[in-house]
Design a protein around this ligand. Sequence first.
Ligand code: MF3
Ligand code: CO
Length: 313
Amino acid sequence: RHPGFGGLEVTMARIELKSAEELRWMREAGLVVVSIHEALRAAVAPGITTRELDEVSAAAIADSGATSNFLGYYDYPATVCISVNDVIVHGIPGDTELAAGDIVSFDCGAYVERRGRQWHGDAAFSVIVGEPFVSDEDFASGVRASGSLPGVDENVLRERRQLNALTRESLWSALAALATGKRISAVGSAVEEVVAHHGEINGWEAGIVEEFVGHGIGTSMHMPPDVLNYRVRGIQARLKPGMVLAVEPMLVRGDIASITDDDEWTVRTADGRDAAHWEHSIAITEDGVSVLTARDGGAAGLAPYGVTPVGLD
Ligand code: MF3
Ligand code: CO
């Protein structure tokens, strides 16, 4: 979402705290999002159009008996945002055919209705088209895509793989930081640290997009607080049991400046270089955190950080 510009009003805006029962409803919505992601991962392949993938997403949501929270959101025309290569976020599905080697993010959500209110889930992942998806478990134990892809420049491919893995790692590091940290600012610190460390190892510096940030989530998709992926001056809200946050780092290969297409949605890097995006919705509870949009509650992804999530199922 776009960060709020209200200064104090936004910073101090009330953060919705969920009861244990409400967290279980949010987990239901989270599991719907998991099943959309699984359907998209199974379908993505060279030659498929992004419109066909929106149909896959819509069918998965319908099968779950849930409702898309993207479709119709400020008139957004699809159930999923599919952002290819230089598109950072909010790519609209259409006639674009995916090609081997494309770096593509899929961002989607759904809500379930319980006792007359909506409970939302929102998550995103990126893939390189033509490659098998690396599970959270394999990713956590250091497995990375390798080998060549027919017709794809090996330098382009290497950097896309690094950018994708870096963004995924920055998300998990941020989620783990919420388990051990005291304030929302744990997210920005974690992402910056992972990005800085990677720069030293891989020899190029990734940019952290600032124009779009994570957000609170609950009875609507976008709620206070903003969840920044970078450090800022000033104190941020204290983490409290019952908070649910959508954490969504967006990293780029080049400069963070972005432009928006005439469709008023598609946001791309101004310099035309690649972007990646990963997102999970995470609950803060008395006993620990729970990643609502991961099938295993985040157990595999958080393990390298010594964090064991609490179960809500
Ligand atoms: N996950 C996206 C975000 O938080 C939601 C996109 S809204 C839609 O920015 F309208 F594009 F669907
Ligand atoms: Co979001």
